[in-house]
Design a binder for this molecule. Structure first.
Ligand code: PLP
Length: 383
């Protein structure tokens, strides 16, 4: 079996499973905010985890806020930055953002803000020149820029350092959606000098329903959940201390796996070349752009992506298509539409996403299986 949907969700890492088995045996299980000994011991475990996460992510201890995941982190930042904003009325996002950004921005559009959506080039990279122009012309009226670091479908890495520099010129808060970036490529919050970054535990091999919000200046954070003042008043509700501990365990395991980055990138390129040699008309989305080492978004024009996914599943390989279906017709995803990808290609894509410690041999199995699927399906072109 090959699980190739890590961009969707990563299974619990082996290290996290081992940790939890011992942890369940050992305890403690108490409220980390309680004043008794067991509470203090539980708190100590969670705060150790915070220190580990802070070190690995290049943040200060106090800049790490535990929460339920990236969506909550994103909503918290929109709330923090926009709810008391009286003068600046523009939110800038891009055509390739996740619905966690798109729909939150749309919500604020109903509250008097204007959402400006940055165009994206055919290579999957946002149009930096347009952003520069908008900031030059209307920067004083831009309340928030929310643009991702790496795209969940294409794996294309965005110029977030450059975006940040442009934002800093006009003191515009920048929310960098690092959900797909953290854990797949080295990341340092302080070095990148970001205002806000988010991540989800289930993308890292930690427990689902956990996450981290990184905040440059935590005293300015407006809690989305008020409650009883937990997380130093920044996020109410008794913490998921077990889950938060798994974030530290998962990130520690990932940190060790960064040595595999170059070998994985090379093997992924070899895999893509093998498929292209067998089917020269194959399209790799964002092929020439910097991409996450573990992501390939691939289409054979005219072949239904879901048919490919089903064929691969029959060979015990789990990938996704990322494109919705309407009236039984595959629909090109909004990310690909933003990139100007044709429906011939957009309806055919499957996303293959692995993790940093996936065996390199998976790519040999994947090329064999994909070529087999394309050979079978190209005899009966779907559209
Ligand atoms: N941002 C990006 C780029 C994502 O890929 C995802 C999830 O796929 C999210 C945000 C939202 O993450 P979650 O659903 O874990 O809150």
């Amino acid at each position: 079996m090959i699980y190739a949907d890590y961009n969707g969700s990563a299974p619990l890492s082996q290290e996290v499973r081992d940790y939890l088995i011992k942890r369940f045996e050992k305890g403690p299980f108490a409220n980390p905010n309680a004043i008794h000994y067991l509470g203090a011991k539980t708190l100590m475990g969670m705060e150790n985890a915070r220190a580990v996460c802070a070190r690995i992510l290049g943040a200060e201890f106090d800049q790490v806020v535990f929460n339920s995941g990236a969506t909550e982190g994103i909503s918290t930042i929109f709330h923090t930055v926009l709810s008391n904003e009286k003068n600046k009325k523009i939110i800038v996002t891009s055509g390739i953002e996740h619905s966690a950004i798109v729909n939150t921005a749309q919500y604020y559009a109903t509250r008097g803000f204007t959402v400006k959506c940055l165009p994206v080039k055919a290579d999957g990279i946002i149009d930096l020149e347009t952003l520069e122009q908008w900031i030059k012309e209307e920067g004083d009226n831009i309340a928030l820029v929310a643009i991702m670091a790496a795209n969940n479908e294409t794996g294309v890495i965005q110029p977030c350092k450059e975006i940040n520099i442009l934002c800093q010129q006009k003191n515009i808060p920048y929310l960098c959606d690092t959900t797909q970036y953290i854990g797949k490529t080295p990341f340092n919050f302080k070095e990148m000098d970001l205002d806000y970054a988010v991540c989800s535990g289930h993308k890292l091999g930690a427990m689902p329903g956990t996450g981290i919000l990184l905040v440059k200046n935590p005293t300015c954070l407006l809690p989305l959940i008020i409650g009883g003042g937990q997380e130093k008043g920044l996020r109410g509700g008794t913490q998921n201390y077990l889950g938060n501990e798994t974030l530290a365990v998962a990130l520690t395991a990932i940190e060790k796996n960064f040595v595999n980055l170059n070998a994985l990138t090379e093997k992924r390129l070899e895999f893509e070349d093998t498929v292209k040699k067998a089917f020269p008309e194959v399209v790799i989305i964002g092929e020439t752009s910097p991409r996450l080492a573990t992501t390939t978004y691939i289409a054979l024009p005219g072949i239904h992506g879901q048919a490919v996914q089903i064929e691969l599943e029959s060979q015990d390989i789990f990938v996704t298509t990322s494109s919705a279906c309407s009236d039984n017709m595959p629909v090109t995803s909004k990310v690909l539409k933003a990139m100007g990808t044709s429906d011939q290609v957009g309806r055919g894509v499957v996303r293959i996403s692995l993790c940093l410690n996936s065996p390199l041999s998976y790519y040999d199995q994947l090329s064999e299986a994909l070529i087999k699927a394309y050979t079978k399906l190209s005899k009966v072109k779907s559209f």
